[in-house]
Design a binder for this molecule. Structure first.
Ligand SMILES: [Mn+2]
Length: 407
C-alpha cells in the first residue's frame, strides 16, 4: 500500500487473551483495554498494526478469547481498513493461530505462526519500500526441522537461523541474491516482528520461561539489520539498542510484580533513512493490579475515597500475630483480593511457633486441623474439600504405617 511521508506503525504484544488470574477470567478486563486500543488505532491512523506474539494465553484458548480476538481484528482490519501483522508467541499454538491465514491476507490480516512462513509484507511511503518481516516464536527443534538449520541447538542459534531465513525471504541477504523471489534491494528499510527474550531485557513474573533450566536468551546483535524490531515476550515496556529494538509490553498487568508498570501502546515512525522515532500511548485498566501494605486493621479499613475497591489486590500484612480467616474478612472490603502475603513480622519472628496459631494448645488439635491452619496461613486461602480429602487419606495411611511399624 502507498503511505504518506513516512511509515507509521502501532506496535503491541502479549495480549494473553483468555488469561486466568488467581482463578478469575480476565476476558472482560481485556475487552475493556482492547476498546481503548481500537480508539488509539482510530486516532493515530497508522499504516499498519503489529502484534508481536502471545496473542492468546494458551494453545487452546477459551471460546470467549477467540471471540474477543475475532471482534478486535475485524474492527481494525475491516472497520478501520488498517492492516494487521500478527505472529505467534511461546503461548500460542502456531497452527491454530494461523488457521485461514492465506484467505485472510487478501483482506489485510497477516497471521504468521510457523517459522518457514516468513515472507515479507511490503508497504511504501514517499521514500520507497518498507518490508515487514515476521519472525514467529519457535522452539530450536522446530527451527532445525522446518528451516533445515541443523546447528540451531539453542534459542540463540535458532534466532540466528530465523533472521537469516527472514532476510533471504526479502531477498536482502547478499549470500543468496533474489532468494524466494524477494524483491527488496540493499538500502530498503526492513522492520521485523519477533518474540524472544533478548539478553539484557528486564523480566517479569508473568512471563513463562522459554526453556527449563536455561534462559532461552538471544543476542541483541541478531537484530542489527532492521530499522525497527517490534518485540514480544517481556511484559514490561522497554527499549534496547536506542529506540530501535522495543518491547511494547503486555496489554495489562498479569502479575503483582508488575504493579508499578505503566502499560501502553507503542507508536513508531520510520523515516526515509530508516530511523525509528518512538512514543507511547497509555492504556488504562478496568481494575488495577496492586499491593496494599499494612496491618490487618489498616488494610481492613478499605479503600480511600476515589480508589477502586474492585481492584485486584495483594495484601502484604505486617501483623506480629496471626490473623484468623484474614482472606474472607478482607474480601468484605476488597471483593477481588487475590492473595495475602505475610511480611517478616508474622512468620519470621517466631518461626513456625507463630504459624501454629496461639502456640499454647496445639497439642489438643488434630494433625488435620493443624495442617489446614498452616496451609491457610501460608497461602491465604482455605483448603478445598478435595485437598482436605486427599490430606485425610494421607494422614490415615501414615497412621496405619506407624501402627504397623510399632507392632
Ligand atoms: Mn507473554
Amino acid at each position: 500500500m502507498e503511505g504518506g511521508i513516512c511509515i507509521k506503525l502501532i506496535h503491541t504484544s502479549d495480549w494473553h487473551l483468555g488469561r486466568i488470574f488467581y482463578k478469575t477470567h480476565l476476558t472482560e478486563d481485556q475487552a475493556y483495554v482492547l476498546d481503548q486500543f481500537i480508539d488509539v488505532v482510530r486516532d493515530e491512523r497508522p499504516d499498519v498494526v503489529l502484534i508481536a506474539g502471545d496473542v492468546y494465553d494458551r494453545s487452546a484458548p477459551p471460546v470467549e478469547a477467540v471471540q474477543l480476538l475475532d471482534d478486535t481484528l475485524s474492527r481494525i482490519v475491516l472497520g478501520l481498513g488498517i492492516p494487521v501483522i500478527m505472529i505467534a508467541g511461546n503461548h500460542d499454538c502456531p497452527e491454530r493461530l494461523s488457521f485461514g491465514s492465506c484467505l485472510m491476507q487478501g483482506k489485510g490480516l497477516h497471521i504468521v505462526g510457523l517459522p518457514e512462513s516468513c515472507s515479507p509484507i511490503g508497504m511504501s511511503d514517499e521514500h520507497g519500500p518498507v518490508w515487514f518481516t515476521p519472525i514467529p516464536y519457535a522452539e530450536p527443534a522446530v527451527v532445525r526441522d522446518r528451516l533445515g538449520a541443523g546447528d540451531a541447538m539453542d534459542h540463540d542459534a535458532a534466532m540466528a537461523a530465523q533472521v537469516r531465513a527472514a532476510l533471504q525471504a526479502t531477498g536482502m541477504d547478499p549470500a543468496s541474491p533474489g532468494c524466494n523471489g524477494g524483491t527488496a534491494r540493499g538500502g530498503d528499510r526492513v522492520v521485523a516482528l519477533a518474540h524472544a527474550y533478548i539478553i539484557g531485557g528486564q523480566q517479569s513474573e508473568s512471563e513463562r520461561p522459554l526453556t527449563l533450566g536455561g534462559t532461552g536468551a538471544v543476542d541483541l546483535a541478531h537484530f542489527a539489520p532492521f530499522s525497527y524490531v517490534a518485540m514480544g515476550h517481556l511484559h514490561r515496556p522497554q527499549t534496547l539498542a536506542g529506540e530501535r529494538v522495543r518491547y511494547a509490553g503486555s496489554l495489562m498487568k498479569y502479575s503483582f510484580d508488575e504493579a508499578d508498570h505503566a502499560k501502553s501502546v507503542t507508536v513508531a515512525d520510520i523515516d526515509g533513512a530508516g530511523l525509528a522515532s518512538v512514543r507511547t500511548v497509555a492504556l488504562g485498566s478496568r481494575r488495577d493490579v496492586r499491593r496494599i501494605e499494612g496491618t490487618f486493621e489498616e488494610v481492613a479499613r478499605g479503600a480511600a475515597p476515589g480508589v477502586n475497591r474492585d481492584d485486584y489486590i495483594m495484601a502484604c500484612l505486617s501483623d506480629p500475630d496471626p490473623v484468623w480467616d484474614g482472606m474472607n474478612r478482607l474480601r468484605q472490603v476488597y471483593p477481588n483480593i487475590m492473595q495475602i502475603e505475610w511480611s517478616a513480622g508474622a512468620v519470621g519472628r517466631d518461626g513456625l511457633g507463630c504459624l501454629a496459631g496461639a502456640g499454647v494448645d496445639h497439642r489438643n488439635r488434630t494433625e488435620l486441623e493443624l495442617f489446614c491452619e498452616f496451609y491457610e496461613q501460608v497461602t491465604g486461602e482455605a483448603m478445598s474439600e478435595d485437598e482436605i480429602a486427599a490430606l485425610t487419606a494421607l494422614l490415615e495411611q501414615a497412621k496405619s504405617e506407624r501402627e504397623a511399624a510399632a507392632s
